[in-house]
Design a protein around this ligand. Sequence first.
Ligand SMILES: [Zn+2]
Length: 161
Amino acid sequence: MLKWNDVLSLSEQGVAPVEQAIEKTSEEWRALLSSEQFHITRHSGTESPFSSTMCSLFKRGIYRCTCCHVAGEETRLFDASEKFDSGTGWPSFTQPLIPNAVAYNKDSSQGMVRIEAICNTCKAHLGHVFPDGPEPSGLRYCINAISLHKISSSIDNDACD
Ligand SMILES: [Zn+2]
């Protein structure tokens, strides 16, 4: 399980690379994504809080990367079992699905230092990580719903719908 100190050191040292990274030019991404998706995922935008019904969704399933999805790759980022109601208006998770699914950048863009969460496969901006999440990890991955593509397995649908 990752904790805040791990996230800080990973933001400096980098996470283990994935087997098959996706690299595209800005123009290629622009052609694949909606303008809102492009702005948020490729230019570190932030969607308005409470702009997605995904915030109140707690059914089982896997949250994948929107950019990887449009590029034909189903990169798994978060499991719904790690999702919690942070009250912030953005989907919030306590852990990535696997440690190197998400990579980290120190972001000093708004007059403060924050840790940016990006997809380790395609480098899409996902959101930010904060050290005020629930125990035991104490982490809050504050993620734009636009950056996520949720898929429920058929078994999970039977159990939860
Ligand atoms: Zn991705």
